[in-house]
Design a binder for this molecule. Structure first.
Ligand SMILES: [Zn+2]
Length: 289
């Protein structure tokens, strides 16, 4: 399935609350979800699955990962690290966007394997991960979240690793504990602000207040002040990234980089805001009943 079709099926899931059988089969299919790692910038690789990202960012003192993917596919992530040449002990920091299984489901396996890494998430992110994992027990989609918290991060915090800066932007909405992370993407002697937006779906909404928070968070990510030009998505289908891999791999140094595109990033955020505004009206109507 291409990115457009996956996006369509996720929208259907969001609207009906029922997981389409085709989408479920695709998400659980190891052949579809196994993805060879690919480099997108001098310092950034995608090492995740087809449907959910794990970004690996190199610094002068080791690597930073963004999100952990999930079981039973964490082996694919570990293979990808090996393929790129990222020894487990060279990972120093793992930034986790929020407490859903597809972003933190790998924590349980990775925590003892990545011995030199701190794993970071917001206070509410840690709490929701524990809650969602507990709620999954006894279901076909059960997953494990190790007890306790590692590193708790807050809005505006800057984590420095090997001279590279990773800025925490708390962006509640998709879940209350969701964070986005901003960091540098480098190519030759140029660099841009990149972001991994922590959550985009409206599939875990519990009421109008949460949708309002979502809209505010997306507006904040648009701000000129942040100057974000590179949208390194948490879910490759959401930006059509998978289809862009051949072009990115064939890119010549003289050619403009297709992922440096603030205009496309703003269009995507505006679509998310429009979708959330429509959802807010529905939530308000439901609350008034
Ligand atoms: Zn999520």
């Amino acid at each position: 399935m291409d990115s457009a079709e996956v996006s369509r099926l996720f929208r259907e899931f969001g609207a009906t609350g029922t997981m389409p059988a085709r989408l479920d089969a695709w998400l659980k299919n190891p052949v579809r979800q196994k993805r060879a790692p690919y480099q997108v910038f001098d310092n950034i690789w995608q090492v995740g699955l087809t449907w959910v990202s794990s970004w690996a960012v190199s610094t002068e003192e080791g690597w930073v990962l963004i999100d952990t993917t999930h079981e039973p596919f964490v082996d694919f992530l570990l293979e990808n690290l090996k393929t790129v040449g990222i020894p487990p002990e060279s990972v120093r920091l793992v930034l986790m966007t929020h407490g859903h299984f597809d972003h933190v489901g790998g924590y349980h396996r990775l925590k003892p394997l990545l011995k030199n890494a701190r794993f970071a998430m917001t206070e509410r992110g840690w709490a929701e991960a524990a809650r969602y994992a507990a709620a999954s027990q006894g279901t076909p989609n059960a997953w494990i979240m190790s007890e306790g918290k590692d590193l708790v991060v807050r809005d505006g915090e800057e984590l420095i690793c090997g001279g590279s800066r990773f800025t925490v932007l708390e962006t509640p909405g998709h879940t209350w504990g969701t964070a986005s992370y901003m960091y540098e993407a480098r190519r030759g002697n140029r660099c841009w602000n990149a972001v991994t937006v922590g959550g985009q779906g409206l599939n875990a909404i519990e009421g109008p207040e949460q949708v309002r928070a979502y809209i505010e968070s997306m507006k904040r990510l648009r701000e000129e002040r942040l100057g974000i030009a590179v949208d390194l998505t948490a879910h490759p289908f959401s930006t059509g990234l998978t289809e862009q891999i051949p072009a990115i791999q064939a890119l010549k140094p003289s050619e403009p980089h297709p992922l440096v595109n603030r205009a496309a990033y703003l269009v995507r955020l505006d679509r998310l805001i429009a979708g959330a505004s429509a959802r807010l009206q529905k939530e308000l109507q439901a609350a008034a009943r």
